[in-house]
Design a protein around this ligand. Structure first.
Ligand SMILES: [Zn+2]
Length: 280
């Protein structure tokens, strides 16, 4: 089962998260028939979606992450709800190459957090190198004043996710520069996180690499790949297409079929279903 292990370090001056998201990445591969390389890129973004949404405090909070760097994979999108319920897709699931090539670096990373207030928080950050780890570290440092150390690792072979994991360290406001330095140095040593977590398990990894930093472990979170699509949502989307376009399709095809971008579930509507949404 996927898991996020979290601990406070140095009497709460920093927080470390060790994430295991192998099942989530496998679901993404199964839904979207991702190439192995594409799965590594989307897997990293899904892992960050799980991380950020695991920190949401209230039910109904929503996260959207969009990376549009003009790379081979096109646009990558991840959405998540409170409690680390994530889902995602990318424009070109067949893309091959390094994560940098798939994401590209000519564009922006967009982070939208919707806490049910009037305006959602909308953060825009440059993609600095396209490897995702550094792009988010840059975002957290510049936009949220949280100089974060991030190392993610996803191993995929022949359509099977062997391991997807990551380690993220973030300082708290009372963190000293010395502690920030020690921790970012510790994370920078962890070159192949997937292999290290595979070797020790996420609990063993956490204890081995961070146990000596006055560690105080918090409760685990279990992230999942979960889609929130429903008739209501799909019909809402059809409504935005406009009455004329929708009725044109029905006139031609006898029905309108939509499949969910995140989970490939198919929705099919006939004229009588559609008349409900436009004639209300
Ligand atoms: Zn869906």
């Amino acid at each position: 089962m996927d898991c996020i292990k979290r601990a406070m370090l140095f009497e709460g001056k920093a927080i470390v998260d060790v994430l295991e998201t192998t099942d989530i990445v496998q679901k993404a591969i199964d839904y979207h028939h991702l190439s192995d390389d594409a799965a590594v890129a989307l897997g990293k973004l899904l892992t960050l979606g799980a991380f950020i949404s695991s920190g949401f405090k209230f039910k109904g909070n929503k996260l959207t992450l969009i990376m549009q760097g003009m790379g081979k994979g096109g646009k990558l999108v991840v959405c998540a709800d409170t409690g680390a319920k994530v889902r995602g897709y990318m424009e070109n699931p067949n893309a091959e190459g390094s994560v940098e090539e798939i994401v590209g670096k000519n564009g922006y990373l967009n982070i939208i957090k919707d806490f049910g207030l009037k305006e959602p928080y909308n953060g825009l950050s440059e993609i600095v190198c396209g490897n995702i780890d550094l792009d988010f570290a840059y975002y957290f440092t510049k936009s949220e004043q949280l100089p974060s150390a991030i190392s993610l690792g996803v191993k995929v072979k022949d359509g099977k996710c062997l391991m997807s994991s990551g380690v993220i360290v973030q300082p708290m406001p009372n963190c000293t520069d010395d502690i920030k330095f020690i921790l970012s140095d510790a994370v920078s040593q962890l070159k192949d996180v997937a292999a290290l977590v595979e070797e020790r398990g996420s609990q063993g990894f956490l204890e081995y690499y961070f146990g000596h930093f006055q560690m105080q472990q918090l409760e685990d979170v279990h992230p999942v790949y979960e889609c929130s699509c429903s008739d209501e949502r799909i019909m809402g989307m059809l409504k935005t297409l406009g009455k004329k376009d929708v009725y044109d399709i029905i006139a031609k095809e006898g029905k309108i079929e939509v499949s969910c971008q995140f989970c490939s579930k198919k929705y099919s509507y006939k004229e009588e279903d559609i008349s409900k949404i436009f004639d209300e």
